[in-house]
Design a protein. Sequence first.
Length: 179
Amino acid sequence: MHPWAHFKTITQHRRLVRQLCFRVGLYRQGLTHDLSKYSPVEFWRGAKYYQGYRSPNDAERKETGVSLAWLHHKGRNRHHFEYWIDYVIGEDGKVSFGGCKMPMKYVAEQFCDRVAACKVYRGAQYTDADAYDYYIRSKGHIMIHPETGAEIEKMLLVLKERGEDAAIAYVRERLQTEG
């Protein structure tokens, strides 16, 4: 068990997300981001499976076949695209399971979350390309609405190609346009 190390990691992550959210104008979301990580179901599993270099949810999944902490977390935090997975009714009337389009304020928070997670887990090796590269590696097998996927990918690409200040300006602009 590593409760102190886990506490420091999630608190550092929340601090970085809060700073980024404030920069893009999402003050309430910055203050309330990931509070569920301090709930017993998430916190104690995180402490048990803590590794320091990646999400403890991966270790819980590997050991038990499911991450109960993640199931709790994604069901309470709208900045995760997994929160938005539901039955989708196609134009032909057929029902399938897929990603629903996310409101822009949650896509922007997802951007902040991904950047902060990369900064925490990559540490001194962090580059502005990390969040984009991680997203690209996973995008072929995730259930995300095509428009939401295109939005987050563009935000992360601006970060990779032009840096954090340019990405923050871009995200602010998208929030104003779609907000």
